[in-house]
Design a protein around this ligand. Sequence first.
Ligand SMILES: [Zn+2]
Length: 504
Amino acid sequence: MKRIAFARINQETNALSPVSTTLHDFESGHYLAGEPLLRAAADGPEVKGFFKRAELAGFVRAVRGRAEPVPVLSAWASSGGPLTAECFEALEARLVDGLRAAGRLDALYLCLHGAMGARGIADPETRLIKAARRVVQGPVVVSHDLHGNLTRARVEAADAIVGYQTNPHRDHVRVGRKSGELLLRMLDGEFPKIAWRTLPMILGGGKTIDFLSPMRAVFRRMRAAEKGEVLSASTFMVHPWNDDPALGWSTYAVGDDAERVVEELADMCWERRHEQPPAFPSASEAIASARRARVRRKLGCVTMADASDVVTAGAPGDSTHLLRALIEQGSGMLSYAAVRDPDAIAKLWPRAPGDVVAMSIGGTLDPAHSSPLPVRGTLVSKHDRAGFGRTVVLAVEHVRIVITEGPAMVMRPSFYTEVGLDPWHADIVMVKNFFPFLMFFLPYNRKTIFVRTHGATDFDAAFTLPFDGPVHPRDAIDDWRPRDQLRRYGASPDGATVNCSTVA
Ligand SMILES: [Zn+2]
């Protein structure tokens, strides 16, 4: 029986965050290898606390009985700043060593995010694919989050790439299954055609939700194409805070009609480029709007998303802008808020519930975006929680502040209920997430307000990153094709070789 190795190294990087991602973040997040990994992928939960089944479960189901799935490693860290070079090199070495130790291998499935960055290392995920290739002689199929970025080197390194077709993401299992099925075909000697296009565009498509206009038609076209024209179709809408110079939306397909399908999908995306993400109100406007929503606050709560400090998009989670506004302007409304501050936790941990404390919180991890906030309040409770680390609840006037030691992915009601804060009692609940919270907070949420303050996930903050040329919407560009030619071939349409970085 043929033997197919499988591995995952997954993290989404926000290049604007000064908080580096370390090996500890992977090892204390999700880290499995060998037999325990096979059991997790086969029987679940695949990623404890997050996914009962995801890509690796889909892959194992697709190949079982026809090939032997060989577990190597699965490492996942929450979104954050770039990996340290030591962290990246350690993971790379463990991947390579794991593959070597696995004996004869005929193929590899590599589950990568597609938007991972590492300090001082260009295009680190392509480097992982190439490193794996030096050990595995057979085909390598890679899967990506649809916020991944394709580079020419990446496309050349993998035999096929498969992306999610849902946003918010909920088709992980299907993506793993498709990857497994492609590998089985390749092991039978059938190497399907691949094609891709890259667009000089980092933002567009409105809210980029797969079932809402304007992107719905693009996602439908991909699914229709998979009913006969191609085996797999993907549209990558990128993580705009990734600092690869060749950052841009891309389309990619595997199968006979791949060229036609990627060209059509690229045109559809480009037509939607002027539909930008919505503009969000300021903290003051948001609080005034929540105050007016009296009935909705009574029937549930107002959910306020800090769009400038979205931890699930890699921001540090230590911003004090919205917290300060809630304390100063939200009187009479019981509000739940979150802030990450390991130093404050160290000071608070020896204290007891009921103690009155005066100190500064937040604004220390990313001092360029917000400053520490002096508060005086009562320590309500202390908790040691997997994922968030040591946690303290502080009552400051009408605000209950959940201070965490680790990254505070404030996306699910359990972030608050686990520390005794019931969203039914709150007027305003702060989250640090873009969209999935809408699903999780459905029972409580009566009004959603995205708030813009100042931070690592401001959309226009991405414009300061180094690009290999003009990029939409920062710059005016009429036609996506010239840059596509450059990025894919390093040549102008008439065939002359040009240096991508010198073309403006
Ligand atoms: Zn994503």
